[in-house]
Design a protein around this ligand. Structure first.
Ligand code: FAD
Length: 537
C-alpha cells in the first residue's frame, strides 16, 4: 500500500496551487489525485479554444442542474473542468481578484481572511505583465497579461460608452478597488493560457516528492475513528487505497468537495442515514449555501463587421491563425470577454452590484457532429452583458448515491430572491442605457435580443427567467467560518468534527466575491499551503 504525508484530491485551481507550494518542502511526500486526464488537449493552451472545450466531455464534467423553479424549469448547464488544472484549464481566463470589501467580508466570517491577510497571496501567485505597481506581483507562477492594446475597435466603443454614462476608466481593477470600466486582464502568457496546472505543476514535474496521478476518480475518504487516514480511488477500473500520515486535503471544487464529504459520512445526518452512510460528523451546511453569479447578454446587431466576420469565414480563420502563429497575438490569443467593468446600478450604493462584459462578437451553440459547439454568428454583432456581483439566492448539492461517479443533484435556485430579480432588471436597464450612448449608438443597427418588445419591468424579468445564464462561479458549499454552528471548515480550513482533513477550493468561500473566482480559488490554494507548511515546520 502507498503511504504519503499528504494526499490532495483534485488538481484544479486550488489543488494545483496547493500541491505546487507544498512540494517546495522536499521532505514531504505528496500525492495529487485528479479524475480527469493530463492537460495535453491543444485547445486548453489556445485561449480561443474555450469554445471547443465548453462541451467537450473528455475534459469537462458537463453537469446540469435540476429544473430551476424560477427559470421556468430550465436546467442550467454547468461545465466544470475534469482535467489537470480543473476549471482553470477550460475557463475564459478573465483574471480578477475581487474587491477589498469582498475579502473584508470574508474576514468578518473567519479570522485571518480579510483583504489585508490575503492580499499578499494574490501578489505571490502572479507575474503581472502590465504597468508596474507595488500592489501587483512580479515573480509568481500565474502569468497575467494586460491585453488592452490588442482590444478590438468595437471594445473601444464600449469603453467610450461607459464614460459617457459617468463610469470612469479604472487603470487596474486588481488592486482592491474594482469600480470602473476596463479591458479585462487575462491569465495568459505570450498568447497561451496560464492555467493553475501550467503555473504550479509543469515546473516541478521532475520533483520526486510530488506524485500526480490522473484519471484517478476518488471514491471516498477513509477514517479510523474521527481521523482521516486515507483515500480510496479508482484508476483504470481498479480500486486503490492510499494512506496519508499527516493530512488529506479536499480540493475537488465547489461541486466535488461536498459530494465526497457526504459520501464519506460528513454532512446532514438525516440525509446521510437515508443513504445508509455512517455519520462521522453531522454538518448540516455541507452542500448548502451554493452561490453563483447569474448574468445575461444583450445581442446587438452592428452596422460594421465584428469579430464574427473574422472568426467565421475560412479566409478570416486563416488570417487570424497566421497572425497567431507568427506573432502570438490577435483574436485567437484573447478571451471572448474583452471589455469589462464593475458598476453601481444606483449611485446611492456603497459598492458595485453589477459586473459588465463586452465581447466584440456574438455566438450561438450549433450542433457539430454529436456534440454542440460554440460558433460565431454569420451576421455582424456583439454581446453586451452583465452579472450580479452579490446574488442572494442560494442553491444546494445533494448526493443521490454513495458512488462518486453518479452526479449529485444540483440546485442553482437562481433568481429566487426579490433582490436578485430587481438587480437583474436594473442590469438590463443599464445595458439599454449603454446602448443608447453616442459611442454605441453609432455602431448598433438593432438590439436583436432582448428586442424591442421586451419593455416593462415584468417583460424584463420574464426575459431574464428564460435567458439568464450562469457565469460558472459556483462556490460556498462547504463554507468557512469561525462559528461552528454554521460553517463546515474553520479559518485554518479544517473540517469540523474530524481530524486530518482540510478543504481548499471554492467550496470554502464564506461569501461570493464580486467578480470572477479563479484567482480567489488559487489564492485559497496558496494560503492553504502556507497554513499547512507553518503548522508542520
Ligand atoms: C466555462 C467556465 C468559464 C469560467 N471563466 C472564468 C473566468 O474567465 N475567470 C475566472 O476567474 N473564473 C472563471 N471560471 C470559474 C473558475 O475557473 C472556477 O471557479 C475555479 O477554477 C474553481 O477552482 P476550484 O479549485 O475550486 O475547482 P476546479 O478548478 O473545478 O477543480 C476541481 C478539480 O477536482 C477534480 N475532481 C472533482 N471530483 C473529483 C474526484 N471525485 N476525484 C478526483 N478528482 C476530482 C476535478 O476534475 C477538478 O480538476 C469559469 C469556469 C468555467 C467552468
Amino acid at each position: 500500500m502507498s503511504i504519503y504525508d499528504y494526499v490532495i484530491i483534485g488538481a484544479g485551481s486550488s489543488g494545483s496551487a496547493l500541491a505546487g507550494r507544498l512540494a517546495t518542502n522536499k521532505n514531504s511526500k505528496i500525492l495529487l489525485l485528479e479524475a480527469g486526464p493530463k492537460d495535453y488537449n491543444p485547445y486548453i493552451k489556445l485561449p480561443i479554444g474555450y469554445g471547443k472545450l465548453f462541451y467537450d466531455q473528455s475534459v469537462n464534467w458537463k453537469y446540469y442542474t435540476e429544473p430551476e423553479e424560477n427559470l421556468h424549469g430550465k436546467k442550467m448547464y454547468w461545465p466544470r473542468g475534469k482535467v489537470l488544472g480543473g476549471s482553470s484549464s477550460i475557463n475564459a481566463m478573465v483574471f480578477a481578484r475581487g474587491s477589498r470589501n469582498d475579502f473584508d467580508e470574508w474576514g468578518a466570517h473567519a479570522s485571518g481572511w480579510s483583504w489585508q491577510d490575503i492580499e499578499p497571496f494574490f501578489r505571490k501567485m502572479e507575474t503581472w505583465r502590465g504597468k508596474s505597481d507595488q500592489s501587483r506581483g512580479q515573480s509568481g507562477p500565474v502569468r497575467v497579461t494586460d491585453v488592452s492594446t490588442q482590444a478590438h475597435p468595437l471594445t473601444d466603443c464600449f469603453l467610450e460608452a461607459t464614460e459617457q454614462i459617468g463610469i470612469s476608466k479604472n487603470p487596474d481593477y486588481n488592486t482592491g478597488n474594482i469600480e470602473g470600466s476596463f479591458v479585462y486582464q487575462t491569465n495568459t502568457h505570450k498568447g497561451l493560457r496560464s492555467s493553475a496546472s501550467n503555473a504550479y505543476l509543469s515546473t516541478i514535474k521532475k520533483q520526486k516528492n510530488l506524485v500526480v496521478i490522473t484519471r484517478a476518480l476518488v471514491k471516498k475518504i477513509l477514517f479510523e475513528g474521527a481521523r482521516a487516514i486515507g483515500v480510496e480511488y479508482s484508476h483504470k477500473g481498479n480500486p486503490i487505497v492510499v494512506h496519508a500520515t499527516k493530512e488529506i486535503i479536499l480540493s475537488a471544487g465547489a461541486l466535488g468537495s461536498p459530494q465526497l464529504l457526504q459520501i464519506s459520512g460528513i454532512g446532514p445526518a438525516e440525509k446521510l442515514k437515508d443513504l445508509n452512510i455512517k455519520v462521522l460528523s453531522d454538518l448540516p451546511d455541507v452542500g448548502l449555501h451554493l452561490k453563483d453569479h447569474i448574468g445575461l447578454d444583450h445581442t446587438l446587431l452592428t452596422n460594421q463587421p465584428s469579430l464574427n466576420q473574422l472568426l467565421r469565414p475560412l479566409s478570416g480563420k486563416i488570417k487570424v491563425a497566421l497572425q497567431y502563429l507568427f506573432f502570438r497575438n490577435g483574436p485567437l490569443s484573447m478571451s471572448l470577454n474583452q471589455g469589462g467593468g464593475f458598476v453601481k446600478s444606483n449611485p446611492t450604493l456603497d459598492v458595485p452590484d453589477l459586473q459588465l462584459y463586452f465581447s466584440p462578437l456574438s455566438y450561438s451553440t450549433a450542433p457539430y457532429g454529436r456534440r454542440p459547439l460554440m460558433m460565431p454568428d454569420p451576421y455582424p454583432a456583439v454581446r453586451l452583458g452583465f452579472s450580479l456581483c452579490k446574488p442572494t439566492s442560494e442553491g444546494s448539492i445533494s448526493i443521490q448515491s454513495v458512488d462518486s461517479s453518479v452526479p449529485p443533484k444540483f440546485f442553482g435556485n437562481y433568481l429566487s430572491t426579490r433582490y436578485d430579480q430587481k438587480t437583474m432588471i436594473s442590469g438590463m436597464k443599464l445595458m439599454r442605457k449603454l446602448s443608447a450612448t453616442k459611442a454605441l449608438k453609432k455602431i448598433i443597427h438593432t438590439e436583436m435580443s432582448p428586442g424591442k418588445d421586451v419593455k416593462s419591468d415584468a417583460d424584463l424579468l420574464e426575459y431574464a427567467r428564460l435567458n439568464g445564464e450562469t457565469v460558472f462561479h459556483q462556490c460556498g458549499t462547504c463554507r468557512m467560518g469561525d462559528n461552528p454552528a454554521n460553517s463546515v471548515v474553520d479559518g485554518k480550513l479544517k473540517v469540523r468534527g474530524v481530524y486530518g482533513l482540510r478543504i481548499a477550493d471554492a467550496s470554502i468561500f464564506p461569501t461570493i466575491p464580486s467578480g470572477n473566482i479563479n484567482a480567489p480559488s488559487i489564492m485559497v490554494g496558496e494560503k492553504a499551503a502556507e497554513l499547512i507548511l507553518q503548522e508542520n515546520k
